[in-house]
Design a protein around this ligand. Sequence first.
Ligand code: NAD
Ligand code: 2YH
Length: 260
Amino acid sequence: MALLTPNELYNVSQEFEKNNNIVKRATGLSIEDICESVYNTKLGSEKIGIIPITAGNGIIGNFAESLFTITNYLELDGFITEHTDVAGYYEAIKQYADILLMADDYLFIAHNLKNGKIATNHVCTGVIYAEIASRCNYADTKDILVIGLGKVGYAGASHLIKKGFNVYAYDPDKMALEKAVSELGVRPYDIYNNGKRFCMVFEATPNENTITEDMISERCLVSTPGIPCGLNPELGKNYDVDLVMEPLLIGVTSMLYSVV
Ligand code: NAD
Ligand code: 2YH
């Protein structure tokens, strides 16, 4: 399980803003507009309690602070608890938090205490990045490529299938690919024998250079939460790719919209 590092969470609000501008250019909508449309919800004046969790590898520098940043950006009333873990949970409840955000090494959740809704980061990240890729306003087809079918990729592929897209998918893990073919109905993408190029790509792997030249068309939209980025910068430049890639806050925005 890859954990975020404090360096990846440096300058998060500028990164979020930069990516929001790319999303607006490529889809005509902001990340917040897209979340509203996916979940059919609007943010109100929810109070967000952010609880640092010490379990496993412990506190990640800038993690709680980055979550606080996005609550400010979304004009919500956020606070980080002074205590961690169970004492932090108790503190958040005593401070009248409506929604709790907390993560250990395995799971990152948003829990709305008012309506009972609960969301995981991997599903909400998969859904929003897949949705962004699928909204490319210069695509003239419903064909979309999904690279990586782990926790995030599977959730995104499932979302795209439900939306009626023709989902082509690749994962070197044969079991993961077969599961997505049989359960979701994705079409296997053969990396060695495929003349097809895509204008819309959703990538969710922890590896570099997963996106190859023969997969993409010029001016395509690549939407990827993967860390590190699967698109080689030179390839991105040569093909004039619109790249959406941010380490945390797009997924967290999706989590918040999904639980209100
Ligand atoms: P996972 O380990 O569950 O799945 C990764 C999948 O990628 C695996 O099925 C693996 O076989 C596949 N893969 C590896 N190399 C590949 C390749 N060359 N081509 C195609 N598939 C390949 O991981 P996950 O939880 O789904 O997370 C995926 C990535 O997203 C990780 O880098 C994770 O850190 C990142 N992530 C980012 C955010 C964010 O907000 N940016 C949020 C959650 C996860
Ligand atoms: O980064 C993570 C894990 N990869 C889980 C995310 C699931 N996509 N967890 C963050 C841990 C935060 C830490 N416990 C803290 O600072 O509170």
